[in-house]
Design a protein around this ligand. Structure first.
Ligand SMILES: Cc1ncc(COP(=O)(O)O)c(C=O)c1O
Length: 385
């Protein structure tokens, strides 16, 4: 072969991006958040703003000795702790790099060109892009605002018979709406997916950040489907990047292979910290809900004071899906940019999460209570006008 030095432009031309990459969208959430001024009130954040709980901090502070790779499927003691949490067997628990690691490897393992994946609209933006990356087609189950965006099993099931749907993702309580679903609906979805051999993934990453009744867990209702979750939300540790998938070991197997080639293994030290967190689950979740309630109160009081509204809490999550003012509807993205640049508040247009979110703004109340109060105060004039 006659090798000769390449110019940079030649190299760039020859290494044009793969087709499957060209369909991916750069997250508008990041674009809106990242260009904000340091003084902006951060009502766009989708992560806890309280400290890493003490058991996790202790592991990180006291770490000494080696930092090995560890087993590809996760530390056995962490798998056991996760399995116990779901009353599952250890073989049913597979540790991943955040729940996104689980979602990514499951979808790469099961769907491809010609397949469709049913997703919620509005729904977590990453689902759509992981499906696009796998070269399958995302299709959307519309969630109904008159039903407060709660999951509607009858509607979802009516969409399953298209013949090409290979997987369904449900997310309850939901990002971006905070809406949950009933145990009966979840059971019906599981049964209908089982009958058709459709892979069901239940994203329950916000399950323990709830108001009122604890949301149902797929594992408690059915032995079908795979639950994904992580320590990122209710355990207050998004930066550990530790999540999991729990389900039939044979179903998890191909996803394990993909995850191990993509990551080798989740961080050994992060898994040790995650284990300490999971061992203290009850206390950590109780405190997380105290933090959550304080933030919800700040939002509720500020909305009453500045907008004369008395909002209802979501079923769970730290998201408030707020109706946009009439004038914002023509250009919801432009409106969010205006809020950022004029009012110095970051919040995410609902349209980013799907067409059904067009008339809404996702206000995260994961921020500190004083930031929430100040953010609503700054935004209020756009609603009053
Ligand atoms: C619905 C939903 N699922 C999954 C994730 C990903 O979380 P992680 O990978 O940190 O577990 C998020 C993060 O915001 C989310 O909102």
């Amino acid at each position: 072969m006659n090798l000769r030095p390449q110019t940079t432009s030649e190299v760039k031309r020859r290494s044009a991006r793969a087709d499957r990459v060209s369909t991916l969208e750069i997250s508008l959430i990041r674009q809106i958040s990242e260009s904000a001024r340091p003084t902006a009130m951060p009502l766009g954040v989708g992560e806890p703003t309280w400290d890493l709980p003490e058991p996790g901090r202790r592991v990180l502070n006291e770490w000494s000795g080696r930092a090995p790779y560890g087993a590809g499927t996760g530390l056995p003691e962490l798998r056991k702790a996760v399995a116990d949490y779901y009353r599952a067997g250890i073989d049913e628990a597979f540790i991943t790099q955040g729940s996104v690691g689980a979602l990514f490897s499951l979808l790469q393992a099961y769907v491809g060109p010609g397949d469709k994946v049913l997703l919620p609209d509005p729904g977590f933006v990453t689902y759509r892009n992981i499906v696009l990356f796998s070269q399958a087609e995302p299709v959307y189950c519309p969630l109904d605002e008159t039903n407060r965006f709660r999951l509607d099993a009858a509607r979802l099931v009516s969409m399953l018979d298209d013949g090409r749907i290979k997987a369904v993702i449900v997310n309850h309580p939901s990002n971006p709406t905070g809406a949950g679903c009933s145990a009966a609906d979840l059971k019906m979805i599981a049964e209908e997916c089982r009958q058709r051999g459709i892979l069901l993934i239940s994203d329950e990453v916000y399950r323990d950040l709830y108001f009122g009744e604890r949301p149902p867990c797929l594992r408690e209702i059915s032995d079908y489907g795979i639950v994904v979750s992580s320590v990122s939300k209710a355990w207050g540790a998004p930066g550990l990047r530790v999540g999991w998938a729990v389900g039939d070991p044979e179903l998890l197997d191909p996803a394990r292979t993909i995850h191990s080639y993509a990551t080798t293994s989740p961080s050994f030290i992060a898994q040790k910290a995650a284990l300490a967190l999971i061992e203290a689950t009850e206390e950590i979740h109780r405190k997380a809900r105290v933090e959550l309630a304080a933030r919800w109160d700040a939002l509720r009081i500020a909305k009453r004071e500045h907008l004369g509204e008395d909002p209802l809490p979501p079923d769970g999550t730290f998201y408030h899906f707020m109706k946009l003012p009439q004038e914002a509807l023509a250009d919801p993205i432009g409106f969010a940019v205006k809020l950022r640049d004029e009012a110095d508040v970051v919040a995410i247009p609902g349209l980013v999460f799907g067409e059904r979110g067009r008339e809404y703004l996702r206000v995260s109340f994961a921020a500190k209570p004083e930031q929430i109060a100040e953010g609503i105060r700054r935004m209020a004039r756009y609603w009053r006008a």
